[in-house]
Design a binder for this molecule. Structure first.
Ligand code: GLU
Length: 272
């Protein structure tokens, strides 16, 4: 009898837990992300950790830095108030949508192009940055535009990026090698595993800045408007992000962040 009494509350608790998980209380789609963020005083952002200028992990400071990071911090303040907490989780081009859908992050702000295909899976904020796809090659390379990419050349891309699809259309003859993230991709270029690397000009610019032996060539051959991705069915949060972005543009916060990271460009896009 004594034993039964001791185990009864535990049994009830286990039953309750089973009931709660069974009735879908933990489903991401059922939670109001804005209300949850307000009660936790925190927004969890999926960001790049290996992309200079947008989201790059700085070992010395033990923090991630870049344009996307500063925009996320400012959005968090606009939405939650000055003591609102922006928390960052690393994503890659391939992992960002699954991590959002699983509820590991509240939003993606990670050099992500708004596309119709992605709109089937997630919602996007208004455009907050305009890039375009380009090529990065070693100085002195014989490749000066996509017209030079043929069956004798290999182009390096990142899995899950629009760049991987676009290059197959723009240079169907070229060999394409897909890697996990941008640091792997650039390491492969340095090691001679490919003749060129392709992605957004803004990302390539960040690599060329750190590695002056490499340069962008050929201008841009696509439009890559960046948006913040949010799970479907989260209109309150999506509207809060769009309102906050508009306020940041109106009060000059956006411009301040933009010119901190892209001081040579004034039109909200990056020249190649
Ligand atoms: N903006 C492109 C994309 O969303 C390339 C950059 C990236 O891989 O994040 O796929």
């Amino acid at each position: 009898m004594k034993k039964i009494k001791k185990w009864l509350p535990l049994g009830l608790l286990a039953g309750l837990a089973l009931f709660l998980s069974g009735c879908g209380a933990s489903s991401v789609a059922d939670q109001n992300i804005l209300s949850a963020a307000e009660s936790d005083n925190e927004i969890v952002w999926g960001v790049k950790y290996d992309t200079n200028l947008f989201g790059l992990y700085n070992i010395a400071d033990n923090q991630v830095e870049g344009f996307d990071i500063d925009i996320a911090k400012a959005l968090t303040k606009e939405i939650l108030g000055d003591d609102g907490q922006a928390t960052f989780v690393e994503v890659t081009s391939k992992t960002r949508i699954p991590l959002l859908k699983n509820g590991n992050i509240d939003a993606i702000i990670a050099t992500m192009t708004i596309t119709e295909e992605r709109r089937q899976q997630v919602d996007f904020s208004d455009v907050y940055f305009s890039a375009g796809q380009s090529l990065l090659v070693k100085n002195g390379s014989s490749i000066s535009s996509i017209a030079d990419l043929n069956s004798d050349t290999t182009v390096l891309v990142v899995k899950g990026s629009t760049s991987a699809d676009n290059i197959r259309e723009a240079a169907p003859e070229a060999n394409v090698l897909e890697l996990e993230n941008y640091s792997e991709c650039f390491t492969a270029l340095q090691a001679g595993q490919g003749d060129a690397m392709t992605t957004d000009n803004a990302i390539l610019l960040g690599l060329a800045q750190e590695n002056p032996d490499y340069q962008l060539v050929g201008g841009t051959f696509t439009d890559e408007p960046y948006g913040i991705a949010i799970n479907k069915g989260q209109e309150d949060f999506l509207n809060a992000v769009d309102d906050a972005l508009a306020d940041m543009v109106a009060d000059g916060t956006y411009e301040e962040i933009y010119s901190k990271w892209f001081p040579d460009n004034e039109d909200g896009s990056v020249a190649s």
